[in-house]
Design a protein around this ligand. Sequence first.
Ligand SMILES: CC(C)(COP(=O)(O)OP(=O)(O)OC[C@H]1O[C@@H](n2cnc3c(N)ncnc32)[C@H](O)[C@@H]1OP(=O)(O)O)[C@@H](O)C(=O)NCCC(=O)NCCS
Length: 223
Amino acid sequence: MSAPGGPGLPPGVAVHRALATEPDEAVLALLDEAERERLARLRRPADRARFATGRRLARTALGALLGVAPAEVPLTVGPAGRPRVADAAALDLSVAHAGAHVFVAVADGGRRVGVDVEGGSGAPLPDAGLLGVVCTPSERAALAGLEPGPRHDAFLALWTRKEAVLKADGRGLLVDPTTLELALEDPPRVLVAPAGVPGPDRLTLRDLDAARGYRAALAVVAP
Ligand SMILES: CC(C)(COP(=O)(O)OP(=O)(O)OC[C@H]1O[C@@H](n2cnc3c(N)ncnc32)[C@H](O)[C@@H]1OP(=O)(O)O)[C@@H](O)C(=O)NCCC(=O)NCCS
């Protein structure tokens, strides 16, 4: 049981993506009770579409790995909101959405994954306040040396890479992102990891293809 590595991805890791669509009857039938309740609490059509599309992608990919129907995948939510597959410690998944773009990474073999996508009109702008809560002093200094256009793109790249790492860790933004330092130049890599967050010996980081104006990143933690 091994997920294909997509182009440039390690074996055992796959990334699935789709444009978010409002859930129809077929998609609703894939969801379990907790997911339907969550969907019912989402008022904005765009939020409903993103959530349902993420679950559809995750259930379809994990069902193929487990050899069960998508509706039978025992998806649950762990501590700090991290989605996980109950009773399948070797399997992992991560979900991200921005605008209409939904990404789901799945991994087997005990690997842990984190995926993130940011951009579009809802993208965070790298103003002083946001830079202060996301970046280390040397990351801020490197960004300050760039022209506004490239600076925004470099910030989105940095932000998605950080969030991918912190999602793979499982604590998300409960970990202060200013305690995680990444290289601003390619290849994407961790320079300093805070306590408990996997460092470069176990974690690999890569950018994923994304639509114009968006950045996406994937972190994979070796078993
Ligand atoms: C994970 C987190 C960074 C996502 O932030 P975001 O940019 O708003 O949203 P994204 O689209 O990138 O990701 C959303 C997905 O992250 C996943 N996620 C949520 N918490 C996660 C965590 N701790 N670790 C990994 N993934 C997580 C979920 O699958 C979610 O998608 P879904 O709700 O459709 O299933 C942020 O929600 C976070 O740090 N959460 C943990 C801390 C927290 O606030 N916990 C309170 C809930 S218990």
